[in-house]
Ligand binder design. Structure first.
Ligand code: ZN
Length: 486
């Protein structure tokens, strides 16, 4: 293992970010663990020793996975680590009827414990194989280093990481960018670019057309899977991996939408991430303009910070696995700049209460707490060929998460702020909103018996970095059967 990553000169790509060097040192120490572990069973054969010293992914893989590999590995990981890894089946099958799988990773993974969530995905575009590899390797990295690497162990105490390495399974199995869309035969002309199908701002004429964006906003089951995950978890950071170009992209997708209300926070986290992987951080619309991508929808729906990572410099999927390894581990042509450490920086932020909100309180043991929000988002006006403009469509949006009160009755629920960014796409069209422009909404918090009977409802208004304590005295009294009958 080279020590090049510890050299101060490695900060030169972003010279102002010298502070991140401490993470670089930790990375080199941490990476030695899986690399050595993977080769531990090898014989004393000199060739085997050479292989141990070569840069290695956490899983030790050297070739691209098939969909069977992904699915089998996720099942095996959950079977091998029952308290740490939970296998999930997403609610919607693909257009071709395939299941979409993922895993969740955290300590005591089966508990509804109110931890903040990092959601990491790959392969929205079916021909972007490296995006699934990096997603899967980061899962191995966390799982194999739990209990060994102090940073990983600490973060798995504080946060939950949800992995969906292959979102567009139909496109992946035929090595095509688009999904199958409505074509029963998966005809290429009918394929939907599911990264143009998210409903927020959907239909704008930037970077998509009536076929590739799909028949309606959020019409595709693959997109609905990601939306359901995001709406039903407190996803404080979202990373959707794509290829290629070494960029880390944040909203807006279209320049006319303007900066997000959280631009300063978004830019700071972008800087922390790109200091690690050496990528170029930018607003997505300044690369090329589109609408209907994942991070704009997820940010304006939840205020969690969503990013598109364009990993690799090579788009091709053949003969590029050495670059997959070097990009992840920060070796070879990417010496000292690793995507692994960029993911860790994102996870650090996802876990940090300063970056989201916390609702604390006491409730009866076993009481089921829910927080929910309802509001509308809007698509973009669509200018048709005859210059007729179709008006924006309303997108009713319901967020809901659940926590089960632990035995000691105390809970600390890490959530996204209830205060919502003012969206640029509205009922009347596109209006740039800009920094600091928020809508003061509340979470509706209910305290219920496990049977679902709601005993108390309160409203909680909380902004980024804030903590609010709630008293659920009525729920406590009624839960224990001493309250007024009704
Ligand atoms: Zn892509």
């Amino acid at each position: 293992m080279s020590s090049g990553g510890t050299s101060p000169s490695t900060a030169s790509v972003l010279g102002k970010r010298v502070l991140t060097l401490t993470l670089g040192v930790g990375f080199l120490g941490g990476l030695g663990i899986p690399a050595a572990g993977a080769g531990a069973a090898a014989t004393a054969d000199p060739q085997a020793i050479v292989q141990q010293q070569a840069p290695s992914l956490p899983s030790g893989r050297t070739t691209y996975r098939t969909i069977t590999d992904y699915n089998d590995e996720m099942l095996a990981l959950s079977a091998r680590h029952p308290g740490l890894v939970k296998h999930i089946t997403l609610p919607h099958k693909t257009r071709q009827g395939r299941e979409v799988y993922g895993i969740e990773v955290t300590h005591d993974v089966g508990a509804a414990d109110g931890k903040p969530v990092l959601l990491m995905m790959g392969v929205h575009h079916g021909n972007e194989w490296p995006s699934g590899e990096h997603t899967m390797e980061f899962a191995y990295d966390l799982i194999d280093n739990d209990g060994k690497d102090p940073q990983v162990t600490r973060l798995l105490d504080k946060a939950r990481v949800v992995f969906v390495p292959v979102v567009n399974v139909d496109g992946f199995v035929i090595n095509r960018r688009t999904s199958c869309g409505l074509s029963p035969t998966c005809a290429s002309s009918a394929g939907v670019d599911i990264n143009r199908n998210y409903p927020f701002g959907w239909g704008s004429n930037a970077g998509s057309n009536a076929t590739t964006r799909g028949p309606g906003p959020g019409s595709e089951p693959e997109v609905q899977n990601v939306m359901d995950l995001t709406k039903n978890n407190q996803v404080t950071v979202l990373i959707t991996n794509h290829t290629s170009g070494h960029t880390v992209l944040r909203p807006p997708l279209e320049k006319r939408a303007g900066d997000t209300p959280d631009e300063a926070v978004y830019a700071a986290l972008t800087d922390a991430i790109t200091a690690e992987n050496g990528y170029t951080g930018m607003k997505s619309g300044f690369d090329y303009e589109t609408t209907g991508e994942t991070p704009d929808w997820s940010y304006y729906a939840t205020r969690g910070l969503g990013f598109t990572f364009e990993i690799m410099k090579t788009q091709s999927t053949s003969n590029t696995y050495s670059e997959v390894i070097e990009d992840y581990t920060g070796t070879g042509r990417y010496e000292g700049k690793s995507n692994r450490e960029a993911f860790m920086a994102a996870l650090e932020y996802a876990a940090d209460p300063a970056g989201h909100s916390v609702i604390t309180g006491k409730a009866p043991k076993g009481a089921v707490l829910k927080i929910a929000k309802d509001f509308d988002l809007w698509t973009a006006p669509i200018r048709q060929a005859n210059n007729v403009v179709d008006p924006p469509q309303r997108i009713p949006t319901h967020l809901q998460s659940t926590l089960v009160t632990p035995a000691n009755g105390k809970f600390a629920w890490h959530v996204n702020p209830s205060v919502r960014p003012a969206p640029a796409y509205t009922e009347t069209g596109v209006v740039a909103t800009g920094p600091g422009n928020f809508i003061k909404e509340s979470w509706t918090l209910t305290c219920a018996r496990p049977t679902g009977e709601v005993l108390e409802t309160v409203h909680v208004t909380v902004d980024r970095g804030e903590q609010v304590d709630v008293r659920l005295q009525e729920c406590k009294t009624r839960f224990n059967g001493n309250g007024p009958k009704n």
